[in-house]
Write a protein that binds this ligand. Structure first.
Ligand SMILES: [Zn+2]
Length: 142
């Protein structure tokens, strides 16, 4: 069904370190390079949240989305160490895992079928995008 989407942009700053207990210290250094630095490092993350447009999109219509994202994502991660977040206790804080976590946190909080995709800009050259499992299951076969 053709439709218009709208994407809102949010930001948070957070520290992390790419490291997994499943690898030796040497292997971690080899896989993650300088992102394995024991002192960690930070990013100015940009989160792009795309939802189906309700038609005439006015600023006030986006207030509920802004509230959800600010409460569930920005307040949770801004100026935090991602490695200390309970959701990352067993997961490496890669952009792939972060964008999936943000999707999961938002999908349960916005009206069903409203969320289309989530993007995370980690660095100038790294962008991660996730559109949930529903799209994987449907796709062109539907
Ligand atoms: Zn990093």
């Amino acid at each position: 069904m053709p439709h218009v989407s709208i994407t809102r942009r949010y930001r948070f700053c957070a520290a992390h370190r790419l490291n997994t207990e499943h690898l030796t210290p040497e292997a971690n250094r080899a896989v993650f390079g300088k992102c394995n630095n024991p002192n960690g490092h930070g990013h100015n993350y940009v989160v792009l949240v795309t939802v189906k447009s309700g038609g005439s999109q006015e600023a006030r219509d986006l207030e509920p989305l802004d509230r959800v994202v600010n409460e569930a994502i920005v307040r949770r991660f801004d100026h935090q160490d991602l490695n200390r977040d309970p959701e990352f206790a067993e997961l490496t804080t890669t952009g792939e895992n972060l964008v999936k976590l943000i999707w999961d946190l938002l999908e349960s909080r916005v009206p069903a079928g409203c969320l289309e995709k989530v993007g995370v800009v980690e660095t100038r050259d790294n962008y991660f995008e996730y559109a949930g499992s529903a799209q994987d299951a449907g796709g062109l076969r539907g």
